[in-house]
Ligand binder design. Structure first.
Ligand code: AR6
Length: 370
């Protein structure tokens, strides 16, 4: 039984690449024999903020206008489910068009896409497979970064995730006998957390990776981040052509709950810690914070950089870290909402809790400037 469906798609805002992807999806429907009787009339289709210009529009029209096919049960289900999920509203239309674009970027089969319309979001399982099989990182990144946190959730590859509002803010405590060199600042206290656990679970704007100069993955937290993000992360990393000690480079988080990964390379301190290592460790933190701020990432989590395989003693590193973060927040109090010290080992948790009052003191006055 044939069913004529005529859809007026109006006021759609989508990046040009997403529109191209839509065209590909429609062609995919066509090629796989799914028979459509959809006649899409593009109303005021917009690319970004501009109406589609004719060559693009012509391309879209050519791809989307699929005439003279008889309707199958699948397309009927597709249509009904898009109606049922509110696709008749402009927001709904954007929703299913977004799914089409995500599905196309991630290389989903037509069947998986149709299933996604039928059951709600594209299944995490389908996307996990596609983040595993290396796709085009540029397109995947563009789509993932355009999604809200809620819409990105089905694509996480981790077993669970910890949202920012479940990470408690640090409560200032009275320090030990050592006087603080810093002024009390209650606003800054609200920006600090110590989180004990796996950094790959954090659903925040950015996590920092303790990488090596190749940026192509390794052991420790670097290995954990690459495993959780999926092999596509390595592809983007390869495009960055390495990173010098103390510098920071940003990528998409892919299968991670974190939107971005900021990769920094800590100093190797097996030969001991001198001024060069101290300066490099500070640079790692400062450049990572700067990179987060430049990318509008307002929550950022750090592992204890260099204190594992690179051998920087934790009890020395903690002072460089806290001083650098305090100074960055003093200089840029509105750039970041939260800096999370993600501690993996019990001894690191203790070191941070013990030393935080030196840099974020509970007392209102400076005890000493020395
Ligand atoms: N979540 C949070 N912290 C972690 C995790 C995790 N999943 N796993 C380990 N840590 P390391 P480095 C902690 O060795 O010293 C790699 O091969 C860990 O307990 O990962 O900077 C790179 O490719 C420790 O406190 O980083 C480089 O070649 C901290 O993360 C080299 O290691 C950092 O330990 C970098 O060595």
């Amino acid at each position: 039984m044939a069913l004529q469906i005529s859809t007026r798609v109006s006021h759609i805002r989508a990046p040009p690449r997403a529109i191209g992807l839509l065209a590909r999806v429609c062609a995919d429907f066509h090629q796989t024999g799914v028979k459509l009787k959809h006649s899409f009339t593009l109303g005021s289709l917009q690319l970004g903020n501009k109406p589609a210009t004719s060559p693009v529009r012509g391309h879209i029209n050519a791809a989307l206008r699929v005439d003279n096919f008889s309707t199958t049960a699948t397309t009927t289900a597709f249509w009904r489910s898009s109606q049922a999920t509110g696709s008749s509203s402009p927001r709904g239309r954007r929703g299913w068009l977004g799914k089409l674009a995500v599905g196309a970027v991630l290389g989903l089969s037509t069947a998986a896409l149709v299933q996604s319309f039928h059951t709600g979001p594209v299944t995490a399982m389908a996307l996990k497979m596609n983040l595993d099989s290396e796709g085009k990182w540029e397109e995947t990144k563009e789509v993932l970064l355009s999604l809200s946190v809620k819409d990105r959730r089905p694509y996480y590859r981790t077993s669970s995730s910890v949202p920012l509002d479940e990470i408690p803010v640090w409560t200032p405590t009275a320090g030990g006998p050592e006087p603080s060199r810093y002024q009390r600042n209650e606003k800054l206290d609200q920006k600090i957390s110590v989180y004990s656990g796996d950094i790959t679970m954090l659903e925040i704007d950015a996590i920092v990776n303790a990488a090596n100069k190749t940026l192509l993955g390794g052991g420790g937290v670097d290995g954990a981040i690459h495993r959780a993000a999926g092999p596509i992360l390595k592809q983007e990393c390869a495009s960055l052509h390495g990173c010098e000690t103390g510098e920071a480079k940003i990528t998409c988080g892919y299968g991670l709950p974190a939107k971005y990964v900021i990769h920094t390379v800590g100093p190797i301190a097996h030969g001991g810690v001198g001024e060069e290592e101290r300066r490099a460790l500070r640079s790692c933190y400062k450049n990572s914070l700067q990179t987060a701020a430049e990318n509008a990432a307002r929550s950022v989590a750090f592992p204890c950089i260099s204190t594992g395989i690179y051998g920087y003693p934790s009890e020395q590193a903690v002072h460089e870290v806290l001083a650098t973060v305090r100074e960055f927040l003093d200089a840029h109090p509105d750039k970041l909402d939260r800096v999370i010290f993600c501690v993996f080992l019990p001894k690191d948790k203790e070191l941070y809790l013990q030393n935080l009052p030196l840099y974020f003191p509970a007392e209102a006055t400076i005890k000493s400037k020395l």
